[in-house]
Design a protein around this ligand. Structure first.
Ligand code: HPA
Length: 280
């Protein structure tokens, strides 16, 4: 028996969604911990709770509403995931990334991913935003690559290139929008760990040593699957806390959600700016 997600599982979910919507979404947005507020910007939304979509992983985490919101965002037909599932919740990597496959099947060409992350770079402060210019797939290197299992040839090749995971043109547009709106936007490297425990001081020193600027528990598996299917990716980290390199403070999920309130207005401006400045 094939224990991996199949094209049939993906199409079951895609069919359910396409029966409920009249528009053809072009851009997808994934909203991370405490960042769901951006979905309020969608006009005339069709809202589908994740439970109503076959095979769709449901998030169990506070700060993740678990709804798909489909409609116009700044005039662009968009599909917004308000909340996401994570590996640490018990899902397999191909289940965590099934939504990406479904959205690819529905014709999405670009995915904008957001996450909450801890700052490793000492220059970053809680409330700051970082655009990802690369990532370290530590969790993939440790064996948890979402493409493990039979290759889904409908989407892409067995050994996809990962030389440019994040789209340079979209990063440029985000940078311009940030400048125009006087938003400080860091550019950096995100490392994905499995979680759910936060990092120890020695973990953090290691992550700093290997070149990470921010650390979180998502995004990289989604980006790998997106790039396997040649979907363009733009990703932002909302910095929710400083890395606790000397063990002197505690990191909490409440802190992560509270920082989201500072970050959502900035992300809203950045994402709307990008949507306005190019064709999708
Ligand atoms: N570590 C890992 N994931 C996170 C953090 C962190 O400090 N903050 C928000 N998500």
């Amino acid at each position: 028996m094939n224990p991996f997600v199949t094209i049939k599982d993906i199409d079951q979910a895609a069919d359910r969604i396409s029966k409920k919507i009249k528009i053809t979404p072009k851009v997808a947005l994934i909203l991370g911990s405490g960042l769901g507020g951006l979905a309020d910007e969608v006009l005339d939304p069709v809202i589908l709770p994740y439970q109503d979509i076959p095979n769709w992983p449901v998030s169990t985490i506070l700060g993740h509403s678990g709804r798909l919101v489909i409609g116009l965002l700044n005039g662009v037909p968009a599909m917004v995931m308000q909340g996401r599932a994570h590996y640490y919740e018990g899902y397999a990597m191909d289940q965590v990334t099934l939504p990406i496959r479904v959205m690819q099947r529905l014709g999405i060409g670009t995915i904008i991913i957001t996450n909450a992350a801890g700052a490793i770079n000492p220059k970053y402060q809680p409330g700051d935003v970082m655009v990802l210019n690369d990532h370290i797939a530590l969790i993939g290197m440790a064996g948890l690559n979402p493409l493990r299992g039979p290759n889904l040839d409908e989407f892409g090749e067995r050994f996809p290139d990962m030389g440019r995971p994040y789209d340079r043109e979209l990063i440029e547009l985000a940078t311009t929008t940030a400048k125009e709106n006087r938003i400080q936007l860091h550019k950096g490297v995100y490392v994905c760990l499995s979680g759910p425990s936060f990092e120890s001081p020695a973990d953090l020193r290691f992550l700093r040593g290997i070149g990470a600027d921010a650390v979180g528990m998502s995004t990289v598996p989604e980006t790998i699957v997106a790039r396997h299917g040649k979907t363009r990716v733009l990703a932002f980290s909302g910095i929710s806390n400083k890395a606790n390199l000397d063990g002197s403070t505690e990191t909490t999920h409440e802190e992560v959600l509270a920082a989201g309130k500072m970050i959502v207005p900035k992300l809203t401006i950045l994402i709307k700016g990008v949507l306005e400045s190019t064709e999708f």
